[in-house]
Design a binder for this molecule. Structure first.
Ligand code: ADP
Ligand code: MG
Length: 245
């Protein structure tokens, strides 16, 4: 279990959230939802130690999360990625083996073979030599999923992976997330499309400058929670009889 306790983050003087406590279960896909600017990306980055937190501890199976660096796959929100870096799809995916390679060891033939297998799994073999800046949103997300496959990460965190991607890529990625879930991995997805929440996630965290609620999706994804976090109008649309859920 990934356990966050007492986590407080502020950029300069402005607090984003204070004393956040939340758990993420292994063998579950947990969605994080909340309005723009609610602190979703900040929560992820603070959990991973990528930004400084004022207070708090984050543990994974009872040990500090930072001891598990090599077992974490994290894909930033697309707007934060530097896509001008000249690197091919194949080489990005191959970096998934780095955690397991010894210092100065070159990837082996077997690593390169595994890389191809992962690319096949996400249907990107023909794009292996393409620069990452020249991919569609869906292809790019699939590259990162292939990288996580190679990494064999235990904790997979994706920040808004489905923004601006095609439905086929979204479906393919969800299928792989389900497979990982069934293998007992811990999967966290920051998500913005409320329509698919109950369809995609086992557990749900609602964040709005603090935890509004978290737990099994059926308990948390309720009209009352959506109304107080987003708006009564949105809640009415989402939970209208016969409406999308
Ligand atoms: P979300 O991912 O939920 O949209 P963020 O975590 O990106 O929200 O941002 C939470 C709040 O922190 C917002 O008000 C945002 O403007 C602010 N913020 C995010 N990153 C920074 C930063 N690097 N410096 C200062 N403020 C930031
Ligand atoms: Mg964000």
């Amino acid at each position: 279990m990934l356990k966050v306790q007492n986590l407080t983050v502020a950029y300069s003087d402005t607090p984003v959230f204070a004393d956040v406590a939340v758990n993420f279960n292994a063998g579950k896909i947990t969605g994080i939802i909340g309005p723009n600017g609610a602190g979703k990306s900040t929560l992820i980055k603070a959990m991973l130690g990528l930004i400084k937190s004022q207070t708090g501890t984050v543990s994974f199976n009872g040990h500090a999360l930072k001891q598990f660096q090599k077992q974490i796959a994290y894909v930033e929100q697309r707007k934060d990625l530097d896509l001008t870096f000249p690197i091919s799809v194949f080489d990005v995916v191959l970096t998934g083996t780095y955690g397991k390679l010894g210092l100065f060891r070159q990837p082996s033939k077997a690593d390169r073979q595994r890389c191809l297998v992962a690319l096949k799994q996400v249907d990107l073999v023909e794009f292996a030599n393409r620069q990452i800046g020249q991919l569609s949103g869906g292809q790019l997300q699939r590259v990162f999923v292939a990288r996580a496959i190679l990494q064999d990460a235990q904790l997979i965190i994706l920040d808004e992976p489905f923004v601006g991607i095609d439905l086929q890529s979204e479906t393919a990625i969800m299928a792989i997330l389900h497979q990982w879930r069934d293998e007992g991995k811990t999967i966290i997805v920051v998500h913005h499309d409320l329509n698919k929440v109950s369809h995609y996630f086992d557990d749900l965290v609602i964040l709005n400058h603090g935890i509004v609620d978290y737990g099994p999706v059926d308990d948390v994804y309720t009209p009352a929670n959506i109304e107080r976090t987003f708006s009564a109008d949105l809640s009415a649309v989402l939970f209208a009889k016969g409406g999308a859920q």
